[in-house]
Design a protein around this ligand. Structure first.
Ligand code: ZN
Length: 334
């Protein structure tokens, strides 16, 4: 079985009325799309779906959105800073030609969609499914839904997760920060780490009413833990990367504290269940992106920011990568 493949990919779920509406709606959104079955938790926010369909009913609508994001105060030439342009509509996507130096630029330049020949509606649908659904989506389901190859779907999701990871790296925990030690892998067998499990540090920042403010989850590199403990280097490395200098940091010890009393552990359990449900058998090399995806969705909701809008903004402001570059970094299709 493929690592991201569902254990029961053809399982038919009991459709409620809303499920049927969702599938019909998605089917009308993209031409030649194949019917696929969804878990019901994909389908909770019908208003968001209807809004998405109304806004992005054509590739031109998607391109116009990208233009507005790229140049919120009107066109500015990246070569000469001239502000007047002529729109050229002879290609699949509009080009904007500077009226002074004649430099031509597409609105997908500088985004994760740069150099991609995939229809922008498919890209936007992928972003919608990653952001607006509780379960997220794996490459197999996405490839069926938007009718692209598995490799294309995998690369699209990888690029979307790259934009999430960049955003996660840029944001730091601040104020009162609690670090809990959790582990992922085999079922709980004791306090030591088995060969196929690894520790995850869960960082939680709270506000002045001691309410959750922001979370982060970080896999601990192998060199930073021994059979029983995350080493001090592991904690220091987490603090350095994820926590503002003037924060008050409390590190909980698994042996000395009940898990239910830990700030981050209950959230870790939700993340672990989500990861096991949606993505199966992922190698450690990819997993950090999935922890980041969970944290991004959790934090975005915590801050009452719209998920899909936030996702679009991230993807529009993140440079693209290529499959060849990912392979060079040792990332294989998974
Ligand atoms: Zn110019």
């Amino acid at each position: 079985m493929h690592p991201e493949q569902s254990a029961h990919p053809e399982q038919t779920f009991a459709f409620c009325g809303k499920v049927v509406v969702f599938i019909v709606s998605i089917l009308t959104l993209l031409p030649n799309i194949r019917r696929v079955n969804f878990t019901s938790d994909l389908l909770k926010d019908m208003a968001a779906l209807e809004d998405f369909q109304a806004r992005f009913d054509s590739e031109v609508a998607c391109a116009n959105y990208l233009f507005a994001q790229k140049w919120p105060h009107g066109f500015i030439c990246s070569r000469c800073s001239h502000t007047q342009s002529t729109r050229i509509n002879t290609r699949r996507l509009p080009l904007y030609q500077c009226n002074h130096c004649h430099y031509q630029v597409s609105p997908i330049v500088g985004t994760i969609m740069e150099s991609s020949s995939t229809d922008l509606r498919k890209w936007f649908t992928a972003m919608f499914l990653v952001s607006a659904t509780e379960s997220g989506i794996n490459a197999l389901k996405l490839s069926h839904l938007i009718q692209v190859t598995y490799k294309t779907a995998w690369l699209m999701l990888r690029k979307i997760r790259q934009s999430i990871t960049q955003a996660d790296d840029a944001a730091k925990l601040t104020g009162n920060v609690y670090i809990d030690n959790a582990k992922f892998g085999r079922p709980y067998t004791g306090f030591h780490y088995e060969a196929d499990e690894y520790p995850v540090l869960v960082g939680v920042a709270t506000d002045n009413r001691d309410q959750l403010d922001y979370i982060k989850m970080q896999i601990v590199p192998e060199s930073q833990y021994d059979e029983f403990h995350v080493l001090s280097e592991g904690i220091e490395s987490f603090c350095e990367k994820h926590i503002e200098l003037d924060s008050i940091v409390t590190v909980t010890e698994r042996k000395r504290m009940k898990r239910k009393d830990m700030k981050g552990y209950p959230i870790f359990k939700i993340a672990r269940a989500w990861l096991k449900r949606t993505y199966h058998g992922l190698g450690q090399g990819h997993l950090q992106h999935y922890w980041n995806e969970f944290c991004w969705r959790f934090n975005t909701k915590l801050q009452n920011n719209p998920l899909f809008e936030s996702m679009l903004r991230l993807c529009v402001t993140t440079s693209t990568t290529t499959y060849a570059k990912l392979l060079k970094k040792g990332e294989l299709l998974a």
